[in-house]
Design a protein around this ligand. Structure first.
Ligand SMILES: NC(=O)c1ccc[n+]([C@@H]2O[C@H](COP(=O)([O-])OP(=O)(O)OC[C@H]3O[C@@H](n4cnc5c(N)ncnc54)[C@H](OP(=O)(O)O)[C@@H]3O)[C@@H](O)[C@H]2O)c1
Length: 339
């Protein structure tokens, strides 16, 4: 009830505007469904041969080609993969159909690195939710506000900030949960965070620990259980109590050893590599790398995904996951019933 009031109040400038959502993948589907549940029915923009058309139609949306969806809408959410933004905007450049519209991006990448040039007479807005679309949708349905970065690259209408806040509210990120940023800061920070820590860094760390134990004679199962299996429990503690709170809640042996030895692992050489990675991203080298990869239809990515699927760590996960899922569910049930 309270959430409905917040949404109603927050929609502001979005009322009486037409909204197009380009793309119906992770973010596109979640944002389109949330916007509709907030009271505004978006038009979905997808190429006529898009595989996603079936899902959007099954969810009851009207679908048009991206060009037609843009023509018919005031606010356009660009929720297609970043490496495809250039192709889309290059195709629109001469058509002047973006004039007077507001463009909303979910990642600063293509604007920050100049892959996309938008005309001066439109608003260019960033609303970048802090998480995958599935989670954005789940939290919206649970009535939990989601956080996002908000940035404005061009304010042609003089109302870009109000449009940004109203759009964010409609997708489930009310004003209080928006963190001010810029396209550049969000793009660099997001790419650095996922490469160095959240995705690449995390899996690199897991693989290094797993493979070291195996090299030293441990079984694959034991290496998996020691280096990977409990990660979610520790991340939960970090999210709830912070890193110090996590160290305070684990055994004295674990806390002493971890605090004493992390400097040895993450020494100045490691920090230098982190900085080198940052500089590469900031100078646009990663953006160029991605553009080259896109021209090759992401063939290199598919090769790496295939190698990851066949890695010893993944195979160990696959062989253990059934047994381990059962165990985690059991312990959850015990905790809930107070056993
Ligand atoms: N996924 C996340 O967790 C996340 C989080 C925050 C921000 N973002 C940002 O959100 C944006 C969308 O990413 P995503 O992960 O949601 O993408 P995604 O899951 O890969 O979905 C992309 C969608 O765009 C469609 N598409 C491809 N080319 C198109 C075109 N030319 N015109 C219209 N639609 C087209 C695809 O259709 P087909 O089925 O035909 O390929 C698909 O429906 C990106 O800017 C990304 O950085 C993503």
């Amino acid at each position: 009830m309270r959430r409905k009031k917040i949404i109603k109040r927050g929609l502001g400038l979005l009322r009486n505007k037409s909204v197009a959502v380009l793309g119906y993948g992770s973010q596109g589907r979640a944002q389109a469904l949330n916007i509709r549940d907030s009271g505004i029915v978006p038009l979905i923009g997808l190429p006529s041969d898009s595989k996603s058309r079936r899902a959007a139609a099954a969810d009851g949306f009207a679908i048009a080609t991206p060009k037609r969806a843009i023509k018919r809408s005031d606010i356009i959410a660009v929720l297609i993969p970043d490496h495809k933004h250039k192709e889309l905007f290059d195709g629109l450049r001469k058509l002047q159909i973006l004039s007077g519209k507001a463009l909303v991006f979910a990642h600063g990448f293509s604007i920050a690195f100049g892959l996309v040039k938008t005309p001066p007479d439109c608003d260019v807005i960033l609303i970048a939710p802090h998480g995958p679309g599935l989670r954005l949708r789940e939290d919206y349905l649970d009535g939990k506000p989601f956080t996002a970065f908000r940035g404005i690259d061009n304010d042609h209408s003089g109302k870009a900030l109000q449009i940004a806040d109203a759009y964010a509210t409609a997708i489930g990120c009310p004003e209080n949960n928006l963190f001010p940023s810029t396209f550049k800061e969000e793009a660099i920070g997001d790419i650095f965070g996922e490469q160095a820590v959240l995705c690449g860094g995390l899996v690199g760390l897991m693989e290094s620990g797993f493979e070291t134990l195996i090299k030293k004679g441990h079984s694959r199962e034991s290496a998996y259980l020691e280096c990977i299996y409990q990660l979610d429990l520790l991340i939960d503690l970090v999210k709830q109590f912070g890193p110090a709170g996590m160290f305070e809640r684990i055994s004295k042996t674990a806390a002493f050893g971890s605090l004493k030895r992390k400097e040895f692992l993450f020494d100045s050489g490691f920090r230098q590599k982190m900085e080198a990675l940052y500089d590469e991203i900031q100078k646009g080298r990663f953006a160029k790398m991605l553009s080259r990869e896109s021209k090759k239809e992401m063939g290199g990515l598919f090769k790496m995904l295939n190698a990851s699927r066949n890695s010893s760590l993944q195979r160990t996960h696959d062989s253990l996951s059934h047994r381990l899922k059962g165990r985690r569910r059991d312990s959850g049930r015990r905790r809930r019933s107070g056993e």
